[in-house]
Write a protein that binds this ligand. Structure first.
Ligand SMILES: [Zn+2]
Ligand SMILES: [Zn+2]
Length: 380
């Protein structure tokens, strides 16, 4: 009798556990997206689940996802080994469809965005200074990351229908924003905005934008809005008209020696967004003596440019600094500033379709994109 009671209790407990596990599983968020299953693979429909909406989380129905050049680097394993299947995408704009019980920043129906990171320790020096991207324990990346705050889940990105994120790492998108153009601001926008702020660019400054792609065309617009006199550098003539239309005073084709004359010691600040091999010292020499070179472009490891100590010594008090996206607080500032000033990327909207994404990647590789592809996830 006693044995059977214990057995019954154990069985009841096991059944409860199974029930609990099922409930937890049921609360996971079914998500459809597009993944590559190997480096250089094609995009294919892929179904997976995201963790349940926790007390401090929001669930976003993704409306638009930008295609960033770094998505290509991850898909191609240009920056080291990657895990597959991989759903890329860290430029995400959508609608809040569920909120946890402690959430105060969002309500259901609001627009919300996600950029490159979705978590950090919140305790270290970097986190306390609103620089979560440099978290001493590592920021959790929106995809190709391990989410140590959610059972070490392998993170998957925004080429998908839904995302669950802590409200602190979601960005509020103003209701009057041009929502189909917002997604690229969450990476291309903040990555070019932050170094302009760090350099203290102001009215009348001479600014150079090296590399006129997704990042460069945002950097140009921010620099112009700050009142700077902006020169754009790129390797072809194809984008000259676009640069002048967006407010550049000069466009330089760096492959034309005539156009490269007379540029030494001219600039207060140059932003390098170049994603390929180049000579950084060429741009250092264009700076005034106390000028600054901010570097945000990150080429593939095999094409990584370098600066020698000798070059730095000979360039004297010119400053070089690197910059990686921006913290959450600055990302919110950037987004509010962009919407208030009508600064948006120039986008080409594509359907949520594997072959369309493959084609867009090829065009980015061939330098044919003007200037950002955005996937309309509502067409999935
Ligand atoms: Zn990016
Ligand atoms: Zn930290």
């Amino acid at each position: 009798m006693k044995t059977s009671l214990i057995l019954t209790t154990i069985l009841a407990f096991a059944a409860m556990n199974t029930l609990f596990a099922q409930q937890t599983d049921n609360q996971r968020i079914p998500t459809k997206g597009f993944a590559v299953h190997e480096a250089h693979g094609h995009f294919q429909p892929y179904e997976f689940t995201r963790h349940a909406v926790g007390d401090n989380d929001i669930q976003i129905e993704i409306l638009y996802a930008g295609i960033c050049h770094s998505d290509l680097h991850h898909v191609f394993a240009d920056w080291g080994a990657e895990e597959y299947p991989m759903v890329p995408g860290h430029e995400i704009a959508g609608r809040v469809v569920a909120v946890g019980k402690n959430v105060t920043k969002f309500k259901v129906g609001d627009y919300a965005g996600i950029g490159c990171m979705i978590g950090s320790c919140r305790q270290c020096d970097a986190c306390k200074h609103d620089l979560e991207q440099y978290c001493e324990e590592g920021a959790v990346m929106t995809y190709h990351g391990i989410d140590r705050f959610n059972d070490n889940e392998h993170t998957q990105g925004g080429y998908s229908t839904a995302y669950v994120v802590a409200e602190d790492f979601a960005i509020k998108i103003p209701e009057n924003a041009e929502i189909e153009k917002v997604a690229p601001l969450l990476c291309a926008g903040i990555t070019s905005y932050s170094p302009l702020m760090q350099a203290g660019v102001k009215k009348g400054d001479k600014v150079g934008i090296a590399g006129f792609g997704g990042l460069g065309h945002m950097g140009l617009q921010y620099a112009v809005s700050l009142g700077a006199d902006v020169t754009v550098f790129d390797i072809t003539d194809d984008k000259r008209d676009d640069a002048l239309r967006m407010g550049a005073t000069r466009y330089v084709n760096v492959n034309n020696p005539e156009e490269m004359k007379g540029l030494e010691r001219q600039f207060d600040f140059i932003l390098s967004t170049i994603p390929a091999k180049y000579e950084p010292v060429q741009y250092l020499k264009m700076l005034k003596l106390d000028g600054q070179l901010g570097i945000v472009g990150l080429p593939a490891f095999r094409n990584m440019p370098s600066l020698t100590v000798a070059e730095l010594v000979f360039q004297g008090p010119r400053h070089v600094f690197g910059s990686q996206i921006g913290g959450i607080k600055e990302t919110q500032e950037m987004l509010d500033y962009s919407v208030a000033h009508g600064i948006y990327p120039q986008v080409e909207i594509i359907r949520a379709d594997g072959a369309e994404i493959d084609k867009a990647y090829q065009n980015v590789l061939d330098g044919k994109v003007k200037f950002r592809y955005v996937i309309d996830m509502s067409t999935m």
